[in-house]
Design a protein around this ligand. Structure first.
Ligand code: GLU
Length: 301
């Protein structure tokens, strides 16, 4: 039974789409990889709607995403977790970090930071200008990173290490407009949902060390990570909702499922005639070993 204390299976995976647009082929690859990795190990697979950032949420996108997942034959365990309803949990976590002296108030504009900061693995490295400032209203809340290297073992890439202080810098957990950031919400919710394995696109690889640093600061367990190769468009950019990648066609799920499986290094037999047959084959055929190598390492070249 999902969610009962003491009954959690060893494996709990998740797919966490942002409802900023409909699912596209790149998101199908992430959904399929995370679901197959979970199901092939007898694990649970959860869906979390990452609607934490209201300005990015597009009306109707969350419902369209869930409808697509159903049309493509995905079945998730338990109810969908909506980040838009989790503000109290994020606020409490921020208070804990504030009491521990791990966050500070920041008044710097993006423009000012961009003018003065060096570029790190995922944008400008905040130079620490506001480090002495207590958190407070009208200020962003920034997490104070330590000086130690954060290292983890990615199931596909092997050891990944990051010197947060020089490569990322202190990062924002709550923006000036009060919106909690992805980095905070994902850490709180991966723990809340008892996620043991995070399988997601390698575009998020540069975020993982920040999430691990936050987990450590909060005394939370670190899940296992597997970062999947990212689907690129003709120009070599990641397919994304922002660049208006073509939405999935819910009435024709099989060709896209087969394409996503091939992208993940699988070799579907030619006679799979339905979505049900696809899933029956894919769960037993999934192998991490045949995943294609990552070209580049997300933010790390
Ligand atoms: N919401 C993120 C996305 O749509 C995924 C976050 C995650 O898997 O940690 O790209």
């Amino acid at each position: 039974m999902p969610g009962l204390p003491g009954r959690s299976p060893v494996y709990r995976g998740r797919f966490a789409p942002t409802p900023s647009g409909p699912l596209h082929f790149g998101s199908l690859v992430a959904a399929l990889g995370s679901c197959l990795d979970a199901r092939s190990r007898g694990g649970q697979w959860l869906v979390r709607m990452e609607d934490v950032d209201p300005p990015r949420v597009v009306a109707g996108a969350a419902d369209a995403i869930l409808a697509s997942l159903e049309a493509f034959g995905f079945a998730w365990d338990g109810p969908v977790l909506w980040q838009g309803r989790r503000g109290a949990a994020y606020g409490e976590t921020l208070d804990r970090l504030a009491r521990a002296g791990l966050i500070y108030g920041c008044a710097c504009s993006r423009k000012r930071i961009a003018e003065t900061a060096v570029t790190g693995v995922d944008g400008p490295v905040y130079p620490g200008t506001c480090r002495g400032r207590p958190p407070g209203p009208g200020l962003a809340s920034r997490f104070r990173v330590g000086v130690e290297r954060v290292a983890f073992r990615d199931a596909l890439l092997g050891r990944v290490a990051c010197d947060l202080a020089t490569e990322c810098g202190d990062f924002v957990l709550q923006r000036v407009d009060g919106v909690y950031t992805y980095q905070l919400a994902v850490v709180v919710d991966d723990a809340f949902q008892d996620i043991s394995h995070v399988v997601r696109g390698a575009d998020l690889l540069a975020s993982t060390p920040r999430q691990i640093a936050l987990q450590r600061a909060l005394g939370l367990a670190t899940p296992e990570y597997l970062h999947l190769p990212v689907v690129l468009d003709r120009a070599g950019d990641k397919l994304s909702k922002q660049t208006r990648a073509a939405p999935l066609e819910d009435h024709r799920p099989l060709p896209a499922l087969l394409g996503a499986a091939r992208f993940l290094g699988m070799a579907p037999p030619g006679d799979l005639a339905s979505v049900a047959e696809f899933w029956g084959w894919a769960v037993s055929a999934w192998r991490r070993e045949t995943l294609p190598p990552l070209r580049g390492r997300g933010g790390w070249a």
